[in-house]
Design a protein. Structure first.
Ligand code: NAI
Length: 389
């Protein structure tokens, strides 16, 4: 198996920075690459500040932030950065053409043994790798945000990835520290949109779009809609603003192309996207974020549109599809990955004795929304998924 010492991270925004920091903490040599010096400098400064904070908290027995940062290099030139790379992690924007260009340049310049990994949250690893002459060495390595706090890393097989490359990726990811406990490495056996965690949660967005559009048509306010959510979790509209309306819009279009047209963004989300009302990042989305995270006023009353039983049934159905398609072989992996990647209890275990009831809930939802994607899949209907622990 390839001995990984030198890591190159390409695209050091939010995610690339996180991956680079934990790799430095694990003792790897890391080169940060982005398109402009100012972006690389910003990432370097951000990582350095994070390391100093951890040092002050006594997190580095016997070592200093400076010891780790001594192994960190900066570059804006992929070709030269890749010359002695053992592993590359790509975390550039979620755009297939940009990713392909990056992979091509890496392939042309990296040593033959170097593994090329993408942190894409939705896209096909096989397609990204298709531009290279080392498709056996192209894998997915999907981190969750923030990398230092979320334990999950999905390591993904493209159609042509070798076992050796995937195992090397898993071994590497397992060495990366996480402040919230041991890393959970989910082996994703097949390349499918959204892999495991994002795939299971994705179709909830179809329901959310339905609810957003219905609330608007009925003249309900977003505050009322959010009051339908139970306390504790981030309510639907606040969460959509937090994730970013543009991220939702692009993701939904990708799933619409690859999974079902039912994923197409709804009227509300499309209008917000077109008007540049993108949520927390622009200061305005469903809510005004100029004074920080909004808290819906309970006194506004409820819209009585969003029903929690539906997302639960939707996620169970999608978990069964993940098993049916051979993306994972155990329902426990679905639950564990969701907890480690999103701090969200998985839909599988609580439903071990509930398949029949959930099939009814899903049929009711098809009737209500007209969205065929919610039809219960064969594995759920048969109840046989329960045996796939
Ligand atoms: P970001 O926008 O914070 O960072 C992307 C970085 O890539 C920017 O610094 C940009 O300058 C750089 N970049 C763009 N084109 C480049 C090129 N040709 N060469 C080098 N650098 C380039 O984005 P973020 O959120 O870090 O996402 C990056 C990737 O990670 C995307 O594929 C995204 O889907 C995925 N991801 C995002 C998560 C999130 O919660 N934000 C979670 C898991 C995966």
């Amino acid at each position: 198996m390839v001995d990984i010492k030198n890591l190159v991270v390409i695209g050091v925004g939010q995610m690339g920075m996180g991956a680079a920091q934990v790799a430095l903490m694990a003792g790897f040599n890391v080169t940060l690459v982005d398109i402009k010096d100012e972006y690389v400098d910003k990432a370097y400064a951000g990582i350095d500040a994070g390391m100093k904070k951890l040092e002050a908290k006594g997190a580095f027995q016997g070592k200093t932030a400076a010891d780790f940062m001594a192994n960190c290099k900066k570059s804006t030139d992929i070709a030269s950065a890749m010359k002695d790379a053992d592993l590359m992690i790509e975390a550039v924007v979620e755009d297939m053409d940009v990713k392909k260009k990056v992979f091509k340049t890496c392939d042309d310049n990296a040593p033959a043994h170097c593994i090329l990994a993408s942190n894409t949250s939705t896209m096909s690893i096989t397609e990204i790798g298709s531009v290279t002459n080392r498709q056996d060495k192209v894998i997915g390595m999907h981190f969750f945000n923030p990398v230092i706090l979320m334990r999950c890393v999905e390591v993904i097989y493209g159609e042509k990835s070798s076992d050796e490359s995937v195992n090397a990726g898993m071994e590497f990811a397992g060495k990366l520290p996480c402040l919230k406990g041991e890393r959970y490495i989910a082996k994703v056996l097949k390349d499918g949109p959204g892999f495991i965690v994002n795939r299971i949660t994705a179709p909830v967005q179809i329901y959310q779009n339905y609810v957003f559009d219905k609330a608007e048509a009925e003249g309900k306010t977003w505050e009322q809609l959010d009051n339908d959510s139970p306390g504790g979790a981030m309510p639907t509209c606040v969460l959509a603003d937090f994730v970013g309306i543009d991220t939702l819009f692009h993701g939904q279009n990708y799933y619409a192309k690859t999974l079902s047209p039912d994923f197409a963004p709804g009227k509300v989300v499309t209008k917000m996207f077109n008007e540049g009302i993108l949520g927390a990042k622009t200061g305005k989305g469903f809510y005004d974020w100029s004074k920080g995270r909004p808290k819906p006023d309970r006194k506004a009353g409820k819209a009585r549109l969003y029903k929690l039983k539906y997302p639960l049934a939707i996620m169970l159905n999608e978990g069964c599809r993940v098993l049916e398609e051979g993306i994972a072989t155990s329902w426990k992996v679905c639950d564990d990955a969701l907890m480690a990647g999103m701090n969200m209890p998985g839909p599988m275990k609580p439903n071990l004795n509930n398949s029949e009831k959930q099939v009814e809930v899903l049929n009711e939802l098809v009737e209500l929304t007209g969205k065929k994607y919610f039809e219960p899949c064969e594995l759920l209907k048969s109840g046989k998924w329960v045996e796939m622990e």
